[in-house]
Design a protein around this ligand. Sequence first.
Ligand code: PMV
Length: 350
Amino acid sequence: MKTTINSGSIGWESPSNIALIKYWGKKGNQLPCNPSISMSLKNSLSRTLLHYEPKTKENALRFLFEGKRQVLFEQRICKFFESLSDQFNFLNDYQFSISSENTFPHSAGIASSASAMSSLALCLCSMEEEISGKQLSSDDFYKKASLVARLGSGSASRSVYGGFVAWGESPSFSKSSDEYAASFSQYIHPVFQDFQDAILLVSSKQKEVSSSVGHELMKNHPYAMARFSQANVHFERMLGVLRSGDLNDFIQIMENEALSLHGLMMNSTPSYTLLEPNTLELIERIRSFRSSNNIPVGFTLDAGPNIHLMYPKSVGEKVLPFIESQLSHFLEDGRFIMDEKGDGPRKIKI
Ligand code: PMV
């Protein structure tokens, strides 16, 4: 593509997402070993501003997180940009000043790479439009942003859309692809339209084993094949549940996915455990609250000890007092964050 070199500033705000069907294990160039589905959040966002201008120096990228220079993340972004030469052949002609901030507290156990990488990918796609003077169709724009985000962090591919989002090829969803995510929002049962996620903070300690190491350990995992076929079955069932509104099935599949993920970690070689004793205490309490009160509330977990408590808004009035009276003393400083299904990224007017 012929480009006119100039300068400009772009901003995007993009959400974190919570996976209901987990992506765990990758192949090739950041492709998933199984399809996954997530719900994009509303309040847990990254806001990224990207300023670009013609390159005049070798050290061409500066990254500030919440106002402070972050050398480690800066190096990660440099590598990410180098890996994008096929997608954006102009990157090497520019220098960048990038600043990012999160609306959620640091180390709150909310995966920030999904929101950070998706907001950055969206900035790059907008930059391409600005410098080339050509606009992609909305479909192609988000498809490209999802593909680029995926190269930064797999789960980030799902954050470029709002609502429920699928990533990874499956015969049960015709729009699905390993390369990019697709929104699964054509028909979603009303019970999921205002779904809530209360993030219960068990520990904000930095995790000892990163997700990239975890994905890598799936390569020699004795249960890898069984896991990938389980995820395919769960994926198909979850699509059905999102349409039918069957909350019992929803909870059963979602909780099984969370515990399978952590089971895989505990069964890896070397083995590791990210769950904390309080995570298990909370799980027991959630199960017993659900069965004694017949309230459709369930949990899921990311790659960490914190619980995402998921429920329809209609039972929120019963769930909140339950969190406050029965769960909060097992949480770090009693902290939890209220979030819910969100509408996806938004371009920031600068
Ligand atoms: O996107 P990554 O490489 O950080 O992996 C994320 C993996 C999980 O969060 C555990 C599951 C998922 O599908 O988001």
